[in-house]
Design a binder for this molecule. Sequence first.
Ligand code: FRU
Length: 479
Amino acid sequence: MNQHELIEKANQEVERNREMVESDPYRLRFHLMPPVGLLNDPNGFIQFKGVYHLFYQWNPFETAHGAKFWGHYTSKDFINWEHQPIALAPSEWYEKNGCYSGSAIENDGKMVLFYTGNVKDENGDRETYQCMAVSQDGITFEKKGPVIYLPEGYTAHFRDPKVWKKEDTWYMVLGAQDEDKQGKVVLYSSTDLMNWNLLGPLTGSAMNQLGPFGYMWECPDLFELDGKDVLLVSPQGLEPEGDVYHNLFQAGYFVGELDYQKASYQHGSFTELDRGFDFYAPQTTVDEKGRRLLFAWMGITDDNEKYQPTIEKGWIHAMTLPRVLTRKGEKIVQQPVEELQLLRKNEVSYNEVQIITSNVTLEGIKGEALELLFDEIIYEGDSFEINFRGGARFEYSSKLGKMRLQRKNFKDGSIESRHCKIDAVKKLHVFIDTSSIEIFVNDGEEVFTARYYPDVADQTITFSALGRVQFDLKKWDLG
Ligand code: FRU
């Protein structure tokens, strides 16, 4: 099918399923979702002529992975989003099995996309092409075809171009697997966006003192944050280790220095960006206010994906809230963008609430789409727990110096947990949507992100303490 026919077919799929999808009580109120089918990575995140554009990996025809399109949302304020016409459909020989992930830049007043053309033959053998598409208006794109072919030394797991400009040169990082099946991040440069020079691998498994560190690295993003070069990347193949790496795939960062001349990147250790269950393939951009903004896929590819209950209503997955990144030493801190405050309604406020028993509820603190801000948290005791709508529990044990988020496993309903060490929980900023939760701890020092599926009718938030806990609390309904 040609691009026009594919887009027609996808639009029909949206229309045909609209009523069913929108009838889902788990449809989110203030997160971006696919209109039908499956959404995964954020792509092409950019502020272009004042407007934020967020593209996304999209399979409109199934709630499973497949030949991806680039869906497209725009917004001026991160509150009101418009769904735009499909930006890319997998119509050409070099992308016939998917217009895979990539990024956007502005050049000479035009928006330029770089993405991976994914091709699989009858035997399942893969080919990969790094492609370019150009737009005058940021809405309709003209494909220019491949600009980078697979170099020697790498397998066809070579994808997800992220492009930026430094002085007069364009740079691109790609996620890769080398011939020894080690995950790598590879750097290219260009002066005209058409001709690209391979500068070499920057870091990866079995490089830079990392030891074995995964068989494939996806979705790299490299940028300067407050004088340091930060690499975000999603490695595949790390084994669980104590509190970390319990999701099937990870998403995290390195802080270091990139030497553009030598194409070498010296960095510290890898840290997970999020401590919850659903956070993958984050992508950033810098906006006109100079903020380093991030969206991530609030989901992950694993064996339990297919048991998410929204599938029976024809859709699956969503984006995280937009977040601002800052750096505190070697640590990357995430905060929800301040624009989200415009969603606030019906404030309820408490000072010095004391919790000394189990299952306490507070008048006015309930709902299915709300924001909770806990401040001045003080403990005299061992632990503090918040139960969200009977579907997720957040617990802080001062005795263990650990936090924990629990939810029901999508497949068998058993309780599963993610943990993280913390010195003291002083502040919690929680965003609860109909089927998601994002918990920013101590002004974004740590974040837990997860989908969860509570009983639709259950809107209760309950508090429990072993010992005594005190806090100030504000609540707003959102949306
Ligand atoms: C990450 C990823 C990317 C790829 C895309 C395909 O989730 O596997 O590496 O480009 O998804 O949808």
